[in-house]
Design a protein around this ligand. Structure first.
Ligand code: ADP
Length: 350
C-alpha cells in the first residue's frame, strides 16, 4: 500500500489574457472547476501509473473534473469497475475534507478513480480546501492561492503510530506533500522513519523542515524553486552549476534519493553512488498544472515496483516520470491528462 497524505482542494480556475496587478480586476476568458490538490492529484497519478488504462467505449468523454459532472460520472463508473491491475499496489488517500459539496465529491471521485478513500475524514463544520488558480492565457503560467481547509484540524498526536500513516494499517510507502502544516509533516516523517517505512517527501509548496527529519527520507522530490527554499538559497542560485551541490547537501543530511525536477529541462537525480540529468521530452505544452504530481506518482510507483523485484535503478524511475509528466502537460487541467501505466510505457519521444 502507498499512503498518500496531503491536500485535497477544489481548484477554481480562471484563464485570462493576463494576471491582474494589485488592486486591479481583469476579465477572465474562461472559468473551470476541478478537483485537485497535490494529494489528490498524486493519488490518482500513482494509481494510474500502476495500472493499465481501463477500456473506454468510443465516444465517451475524457475525465474533465467537476465542471461536467454527468459525463464524468458515466465515465468514472466504468473506470471504477475495471480489474486489470498489473500490480498489487493499492493507493490509499489520507486526507480531510469539510462537510460541503466539494468534500462529498472528493470521496466519490477518488473511489471511482481506483483510490481507496477510506482514509479521508469528513470534518464537521469546516470547509474543504479551495485553490484559486489564475492562468495567463499565452504563457500558461499560473498563480495560486489556497486554504488549508479541513486538514487544519489535524494535530501532530494524530500521526505518532505507524498505523496512523495508513488509516489503521501500516503502509509500505508514505508520500506526502506540504499542503499541510509543517510540524505535522515532520511528525509523520519521524514516525515513518522510526518504524522503517519508506517516506517520499514532495516538498511542494516548500517550507524548510527541521534538519533532523532529512535522515528519515527515502526520497526527496523538489522542483528548482522548492530546492532553493529547502536548501536556504535564492531562486537564482539554483542552476546547472549548483544542482549537484544542492543534492549533495540533502544527501549529507541523510536523504537516500534526491530528485530535482527542472521543468522543460527535465530532472536531476542523485544518490550516494550516482547522479545525472534526464532530459525532458520536447512536447507541445498546453498546461503544466499537475506536472510535478504526475512525476511523483510515476516515480513512487516505479520505486515500489522495482523494490518488489529486489532492485532499484533511480535513473529508470526518473526517465519514466519525465515521460508521464510530458503526457500530462499536453492537456488542460491537473487530472484529465494524467497517464496510465501502459500510456507511459508506450510513450514515444517526439
Ligand atoms: P512542478 O510542476 O512541480 O513545478 P516542474 O516544473 O519541474 O515541477 O515539472 C515537473 C516535471 O514535468 C519535469 O521534471 C518534466 O519532466 C515535466 N515538465 C515540466 N515542464 C515541461 C516542459 N515544458 N516540457 C517537457 N516536460 C516538462
Amino acid at each position: 500500500t502507498i499512503a498518500i497524505i496531503g491536500g485535497l482542494d477544489a481548484d477554481l480556475i480562471m484563464i485570462a489574457n493576463r494576471i491582474p496587478d494589485r488592486g486591479e480586476s481583469v476579465l477572465a476568458n474562461e472559468y473551470l472547476e476541478a478537483l485537485g490538490g497535490k494529494g489528490a492529484n498524486s493519488a490518482i497519478a500513482t494509481h494510474r501509473a500502476c495500472h493499465k488504462k481501463p477500456s473506454q467505449h468510443e465516444g465517451e468523454p475524457e475525465i474533465r473534473g467537476l465542471s461536467e459532472p454527468t459525463n464524468v460520472d458515466k465515465h468514472l463508473q466504468k473506470a471504477g469497475t475495471h480489474d486489470e491491475s498489473e500490480d498489487n499496489i493499492q493507493v490509499k488517500m489520507i486526507g480531510a475534507v469539510g462537510d460541503d459539496r466539494y468534500g462529498e465529491r472528493f470521496i466519490v471521485e477518488l473511489n471511482k478513480n481506483g483510490v481507496d478513500a477510506s482514509g479521508i475524514a469528513v470534518v464537521p463544520d469546516t470547509r474543504t480546501s479551495v485553490c484559486f488558480v489564475m492562468v495567463e492565457n499565452q504563457t500558461r503560467e499560473n498563480r495560486c492561492l489556497f486554504t488549508l481547509g479541513a486538514t487544519a484540524s489535524w494535530k501532530t498526536e494524530d500521526f505518532l503510530k505507524p498505523e496512523d500513516l495508513g488509516n489503521g494499517m501500516r503502509p509500505d510507502l508514505v508520500v506526502a506533500q506540504m499542503e499541510i502544516a509543517k510540524d505535522i509533516v515532520e511528525t509523520m516523517i519521524e514516525t515513518a522513519g522510526k518504524a522503517g517505512i519508506d517516506f517520499c517527501l514532495n516538498a511542494a509548496p516548500a517550507t524548510p523542515i527541521i534538519k533532523q527529519a532529512y535522515r528519515y527520507l527515502t526520497h526527496l522530490l523538489v522542483n528548482e524553486s522548492e530546492a532553493a527554499i529547502m536548501s536556504g538559497r535564492d531562486r537564482e542560485e539554483v542552476n546547472e552549476d549548483t544542482w549537484g551541490v544542492i543534492a549533495q547537501e540533502f544527501l549529507s543530511r541523510g536523504v537516500q534519493n534526491v530528485v530535482i525536477t527542472l521543468g522543460a529541462k527535465g530532472a536531476f537525480y542523485a544518490t550516494k553512488t550516482e547522479s545525472g540529468l534526464c532530459p525532458a521530452y520536447d512536447v507541445k505544452v498546453v498546461d503544466t498544472t499537475g506536472a510535478g504530481d504526475t512525476f511523483t506518482g510515476a516515480y513512487t510507483s516505479d520505486y515500489l515496483r522495482q523494490k518488489a523485484l529486489g532492485k532499484w535503478d533511480i535513473r529508470n524511475a526518473v526517465v519514466r516520470s519525465n515521460k508521464a509528466a510530458a503526457i500530462t502537460i499536453q492537456s488542460i487541467g491537473a487530472q484529465g491528462g494524467i497517464p496510465w501505466a501502459d500510456e507511459i510505457d508506450e510513450f514515444k519521444a517526439p
